[in-house]
Ligand binder design. Sequence first.
Ligand code: IPM
Ligand code: MN
Length: 355
Amino acid sequence: MKNYRIAVIPGDNIGPELMKAALAVLEATQKVDGGFTLEFETCLAGAAHYTEHGTAMSDEAIAACRAAASVFKAPVGDPAVRTPEGIEAGLLGGVLRTGLDLYANVRPVKLYPGTPTPLHGYQPGGIDYVIIRENTEGLYASRGKGVGGPNAMADTMIVTRAGTERVVRFAFEAAKKRNGAPADGVRRVTCVEKSNVLRSFALFREIFLEIAGEYPGVEAETIYPDAAAQALVMNPAHYDVLVMENLLGDILSDLGGGTIGGLGMCPGGNIGDQYAYFEPVHGSAPDIAGLDIANPASQILAGAMMLDHIGEESAARRIESALWLALEEGELSIDERGRANRGTMSAAEAVIARL
Ligand code: IPM
Ligand code: MN
C-alpha cells in the first residue's frame, strides 16, 4: 500500500480550524478508499512564527516540505504583523512559491450547489473554469524589492520567455484534461494580458500565440484584463482555462470567488516540476478566527487537489462529490457572506458522512 508523507502548515488565525476540519476529511477518505495511507508532519510557519522567531518559516520546515510527498497549507499571515518596511510579514510566497519554483498557481472557480452566487440563472456546474496564475515572476517578482524613497516607489514587472512558455504550456495541458467550457463544451485557453499598453504583456501575448499553435485541439483567445473583469461576471460560462501574469491572476481569482459563493469555495495549487503545495486562495480572516464559522470548503477542496496531484485521483473525486452532496442536501449551508452556517467542524462532518 502506498504511504504519502504530507507536510502540514496549520497557519494563522482561521488556519488551524480549517486544517483540523480538512485533515479529518482526508483521514476519513484514506479509510474509505483503502488504497493508500497519509502521514502528516506539522510544520509551523506564518505570522505567529515570525513574531516568535523573526522568520516566516524555519530552514528545517522548508527542508521538511522539500522531503515530503506533498505540502498541505492553511492560510498564513496577519495584517497586524508587518516588516519594518511596512509589508505583511509571515507570508510564504517568497520562500515557497519562488523558493521551490512553483510556477503554476492553479485556481479552480466552480459553482457548487447551495452556494450564494450573486449571478442569476446559473446552475451548479454552470460556472467551471480554472485560472492558471503565473506564480514566480510578473509584478510580484518585485516582492519586497521595490526601490525608491518616501516620495516615490517603483516595483518592476518581469516577464521572461522561459517563464511564460512553461506556464502557458501548463495551461494548454490542463485544458486537454478538462471537458471544455460549460457554455459550449469547447476546450479553450484564454490569455489575459494588457498588451495594448505594456511591452511586458506584449511579450506574454506573443509567446501565448506561438504555443497555442502546438495545440490545434484547444481554442486559443486573448482578452484585456479590464474586459476580462467584466466578462467573468457577465459571461463566465464561456471560460474553461485562463492563463495570466501573477498580479492579474491574484486579482481575477478573487473576482471569480465572488461569483461562486465567496473565497471560502476557492482552493489553489502551487505547482512546479519538482514540488507543489495546496492551500485556500483566501487569507487567514482574523475577524472570524476561533468562531467556528469559517467555511472549510476551500481547505477541503485543496486537499482533494493535493490527492489528485500525487496520483490518488479517485479519492480526490470522492471528496469533491461528497462536498457537492453535502451542499446540495443543505447539510453544509453557506450564508450570503460566504460563511458556514452550521460551523466549520460540522461542515467537515457533513462531508465525511457522504464520502
Ligand atoms: C494569494 C494571496 C497572496 C498573493 C498574498 C497573501 C501575498 O493574496 O495567494 O492570492 O498575493 O499571492
Ligand atoms: Mn490573493
